[in-house]
Design a protein around this ligand. Structure first.
Ligand SMILES: [Zn+2]
Length: 180
């Protein structure tokens, strides 16, 4: 959450091998770091979803000078502030460093976009009748079929929103008995 995300977490010995770096007094990086599963979010530990570099570049609000030529992943955990992180776990970008609010982090909020390409919010789905929801779904499908969507550039998850839209609709039409 701080600028320290861009700095290396531990100092490593920069002595060349012939100068005896193997026996250097500084602790080795790998020795200090606890093992992290491949693709696991450095904050919540859940496995992220691989995401295209252009999505990260399109969605971030920070300087792209920080983006390295490596794989980035998307963290879907609702309670985790991290949106994108580098595959090596060295860098993470939180909700404050993304240009738009992220559906996965606030799926119950009225004015959050669930469809970023055609601008439908959770609230749009919530206030509508089942018929109105069908019209929204049809509009999204029509847009997709017309090649008008740009999910990799507009949606923070970098892929089509339809699964999320259907999840919201299902939740509205079959409310959780615990919350009602
Ligand atoms: Zn996370």
């Amino acid at each position: 959450m701080s600028a320290n995300n861009f700095l290396s977490r531990t100092e490593s010995c920069r002595c060349p091998p012939e100068a005896g770096s193997a026996v250097c007094g500084l602790p080795a990086r790998d020795f200090q770091r606890s093992p992290r599963a491949a693709g696991a979010c450095p904050e919540c530990g859940k496995i992220g979803k691989s995401i295209r570099g252009q999505t990260v570049k399109a969605r971030l609000s920070v300087s792209l000078r920080n983006i390295r030529n490596m794989e980035y992943l998307f963290c879907r955990t609702q309670t985790c502030p991290v949106v994108y992180f580098s595959a090596d776990g060295e860098q993470s970008f939180t909700v404050e460093q993304v240009r738009e609010r992220v559906y996965q982090k606030e799926p119950e909020v009225e004015d959050i976009f669930v469809c970023y390409c055609f601008r439908y919010t959770v609230g749009d789905l919530r206030v509508g009748s089942p018929q109105a929801r069908t019209v929204i779904l049809e509009d999204i499908n029509t847009g997709i079929n017309a090649g008008q969507c740009a999910c990799d550039l507009r949606n923070p998850q970098g892929s089509c929103c339809l699964g999320n839209v259907r999840t919201v609709i299902k939740r509205l039409e079959k409310p959780d008995p615990v919350t009602t």
